[in-house]
Write a protein that binds this ligand. Structure first.
Ligand SMILES: Cc1ncc(COP(=O)(O)O)c(C=O)c1O
Length: 387
């Protein structure tokens, strides 16, 4: 019997919610195209079904970190524009170029590997500027040399410079001084490249928080990840509902055991919780191997039998325990760890607070052992149900 049938745990992925989120974000950035960022297996939601749903809702671009993620989308039949940005030397340049994937270049080494790849068509290259994030991207001081060499390759017919782009450091903190500084640096670096003859199809800078809060950063394209999955980029920006978004993933597990225990009973490894009185304990059969953060031990919330309970003691590899306070749900009763909130269940954001992290990490880490169950899918490119 497979995991879906046995219902130990499942992550239900509501593709109608994802489509609605993409449409809502497109309205927010009406003058720009939208890239659905589906790296890391669609932030844990499943890259291919989410990419298909995003396309249906009008996402003209798909974005991944690694070339292998981008190639997997092509192999699954996704057409149209796909871009990937996290390259290392010796990467599959030729395969990516011949699959018509836009590739990102942050330094000369990458440009030279593209030229040497000997692909059967010009590479679609997007030059990435480091406008202040201090991570990937080309420093302003090195930009003239990179632009010059890219233009030379373009004149030689080996590449076509399709985009100029960058990434924010603090877009989730509206008013942070780095935001204005990055916008200004981006405008300067774009202007320099255009003066040197670059004619990009797209200039882009905005991630989800900038898409939601900073219209002047929208340019030709917004790259939205977390928001298409219906998760708020940061609590300060508002709840998903306040942002016009609907959470896509609902994580549930079947209560595996309910039992009576006396007062003073230690619970789970280390006995960090002891029952304050005679009570009932419920066993929730998911743990840190499934992506439930051990750091949320003693804090992670879960809806059981209509009440929100808290992980009692340590989250273990495969399971954790809740104090049910005398309630006796049947074994197999549904425990909802997070979802859109319709039934009063906790949110991804609640788990992020409990684990002292961000919602991105909560969903991305949900493990491969948890089956993704797709609902409200419509069509895939070949016309059959995507489920
Ligand atoms: C380069 C780049 N663009 C866009 C995104 C999407 O960001 P968000 O999920 O905040 O929309 C990411 C994700 O981290 C990224 O690395």
């Amino acid at each position: 019997m497979n995991e879906t049938a046995s219902l130990r745990a499942r992550a239900e992925i509501d593709l109608a919610a994802l489509r609605a989120n993409v449409r809502a974000l497109r309205e927010r950035a009406a003058g720009a195209q939208l890239m659905a960022v589906v790296k890391s297996d669609g932030y844990g939601h499943g890259a291919v079904p989410c990419a298909l749903a995003a396309r249906e809702a009008g996402a003209t671009w798909l974005g991944t970190a690694t070339p292998h993620e981008a190639l997997a989308l092509r192999a699954a039949g996704l057409d149209g524009r796909i871009m990937c940005w996290l390259w290392t030397p010796g990467g599959p340049w030729r395969e990516a170029i011949e699959a018509d994937i836009d590739v990102s270049v942050s330094g000369l080494w990458a440009l030279r590997e593209i030229v040497a790849a000997g692909a059967d068509r010009p590479a679609r290259v997007q030059l990435k500027a480091d406008t202040g994030l201090g991570r990937n991207g080309c420093q302003p001081a090195d930009w003239p040399e990179l632009v010059a060499e890219a233009r030379a390759a373009e004149r030689a017919g080996t590449i076509r410079i399709t985009g100029l782009w960058s990434h924010f450091a603090c877009a989730d903190e509206p008013g942070h001084p780095s935001i204005a500084a990055q916008l200004s640096a981006f405008r300067d670096m774009v202007a320099y490249a255009e003066k040197e003859g670059v004619e990009p199809e797209v200039r882009h800078l905005a991630n989800s928080p900038a898409t939601l809060t900073l219209p002047e950063a929208h340019f030709d394209l917004v790259r939205t990840g977390i928001a298409i999955y219906g998760i708020s980029p940061a609590p300060e920006l508002g709840t998903p509902a306040e942002l016009g978004l609907r959470p896509v993933m609902t994580l549930t597990a079947a209560v595996a055991l309910v039992k009576d225990v006396p007062a003073g009973h230690g619970v789970s490894y280390g006995h960090h919780y002891a029952t304050p009185a005679e009570t009932t304990l419920g066993l929730i059969p998911v743990g840190y191997a499934d992506g439930i953060p051990r750091h949320a031990s003693g804090r992670g919330p879960v809806l059981v039998g209509g009440k929100v309970r808290t992980a009692a003691g340590r989250v273990a590899m495969d399971q954790f325990v809740v104090d049910l306070g005398g309630d006796r749900p049947e074994p197999g009763a549904e425990a909802v760890l997070f979802g859109p909130g319709d039934r009063g269940e906790p949110s991804v954001e609640d788990w992020a607070v409990a684990a002292d992290t961000i919602g991105y990490e909560i969903v991305t880490r949900i493990g491969a052992r948890v089956p993704r169950v797709y609902v409200n899918g419509t069509a895939d490119p070949t016309g059959s149900a995507s489920q």
